[in-house]
Write a protein that binds this ligand. Structure first.
Ligand code: ATP
Ligand code: MG
Length: 397
């Protein structure tokens, strides 16, 4: 029955030139997301609205899910489009629409007619009144309520006539590409994919860096990170993943520094390297999946110590979340099942039995002094030898 979708998007703060940037980015993401759906779609902008029209057969449920993955969409209205064959035909089609969409007529309604084509014989006011009357005549149980109706029936006269009333919620946020770029520290865990998704939802292009420690971490652990990036890419579009070989640095720290400080020192070097890659890629922030108090390396003292090496902002969208709240989002965005696959992680392999939970920055810096001979060269090598993997959503390579 539905041949088109009207896309509703938030409009706060998108006046003037910004509005075009927002709408164009939104249309680009809609086209990208619909590539994974069976069928042919035309995405267009018409008098400040975005429409998705279908050409021929298509899968309704898949189309809705694909649109629900587009950041910036607030609501999706499935639209019935009919040819203009006069008022009587319009009435018939509207009655049929009401019958299919609202089997239970014990409801209140209001007609909102709009005329984009001024040569139509009835004015909007006349359409409201006349269609309202016909609906009341057809369904004795239905009532009009002009203030707070349960059904808002929109009838728009354009070249064709659009009829719609339902709004399916979208995921909100801003279209990708409208808010710069940031570099996500992506591990194989539950938290960091969620953190990347949340920042991307605000319109930020996300690239990712993964610290890999072969042979202590396996190819399979790396593949898990690629798989996670591919799932997040269903929302964002292809993600550029920088895989950094961290083994040499990790062994060097293990060799020279107190073992209980290993995690914190390692995290500091991860942040430093991620920041260097971010600068090279014109990203203006780092993203991590940290949440206060979740583990020893995320106490407020630990966060203070890792943050100290960064000059660019570090976005920690999960900072105030409980684990269960993070898991709920991971389930919703479909990363959870992949995240819980049991593969070793470079942070857990060298982990001390009793890591410091309240690191003192002076002490940490003193320990790092012991690395000064070779660490800078090791960082250069790690950056020079990184591997770049473009992670596209499955089925789109
Ligand atoms: P996650 O579930 O995201 O793995 P976590 O609870 O395991 O997080 P930590 O191991 O303390 O927490 O890591 C904190 C953050 O550091 C992660 O959310 C991630 O952003 C980053 N991180 C940790 N390990 C790596 C890694 N091997 N490569 C890239 N980033 C990492
Ligand atoms: Mg982890």
């Amino acid at each position: 029955m539905f041949k088109a979708f009207l896309i509703k998007y938030g409009e706060i703060g998108i006046k003037g030139r910004n509005r075009y940037i927002f709408e164009d980015a939104l249309m680009k993401q809609i086209r990208f997301s619909l590539q994974s759906v069976q069928g042919e779609f035309l995405v267009s902008k018409e008098s400040g609205r975005i429409y998705v029209e279908t050409v021929g057969e298509y899968d309704y449920d898949e189309t809705i899910s694909a649109l629900q993955r587009v950041f910036g969409i607030v609501g999706i209205s499935p639209v019935v489009q009919i040819e203009d064959k006069g008022f009587e035909d319009l009435t018939e089609q509207i009655i049929q629409y009401m019958n299919v969409v609202y089997p239970d007529k014990n409801k209140t309604f209001k007609v909102h007619a709009r005329r984009a084509r001024k040569n139509y014989p009835k004015s909007s006011m006349e359409l409201n009144a006349d269609l309202g009357e016909q609906i009341l005549k057809a369904f004795p149980e239905i009532k009009v309520d002009v203030h707070n109706p349960q059904i808002n029936l929109y009838v728009e006269v354009r070249q064709k006539i659009n009829i719609y009333s339902e709004v399916i919620s979208g995921c909100g946020g801003m279209p990708i590409g409208t808010n710069g770029k940031a570099m996500l520290l992506l591990s194989g865990g539950i938290d960091s994919p969620v953190a990347g998704w949340m920042i991307a939802k605000r319109g930020v292009i996300v690239e990712a860096v993964y610290f890999h420690a072969p042979p202590y971490t396996s190819e399979r652990a790396k593949q898990k990170v690629v798989d996670l990036a591919k799932i997040v890419a269903r929302y964002t579009g292809a993600i550029r993943l920088h895989v950094v070989n961290f083994t040499q640095i990790q062994l060097y720290i293990y060799d020279k520094c107190p073992h209980e400080e290993l995690t914190i020192i390692m995290r500091r070097y991860m942040m430093k390297i991620a920041q260097r890659i971010a600068e090279d890629r014109n990203a203006m922030g780092l993203i991590t999946g940290e949440s206060i108090g979740q583990v020893a390396s995320q106490t407020i003292q630990s966060l203070y110590s890792t943050n100290e090496v960064c000059t660019m902002p570090v976005f920690r969208p999960l900072i105030g979340f409980d684990k269960q709240e993070i898991v709920d989002i991971a389930c919703k965005i479909d990363t959870y099942e992949t995240s819980i696959q049991p593969f070793e992680d470079c942070c857990t392999i060298f982990v001390a039995k009793h890591p410091v939970t309240k690191p003192n920055l002076h002490v940490i810096k003193r320990s790092e002094e012991k690395l000064k001979e070779e660490i800078e060269q090791m960082i250069e090598t790690a950056i020079e030898t990184k591997e770049v993997i473009i992670c596209e959503p499955d089925g789109m390579e």
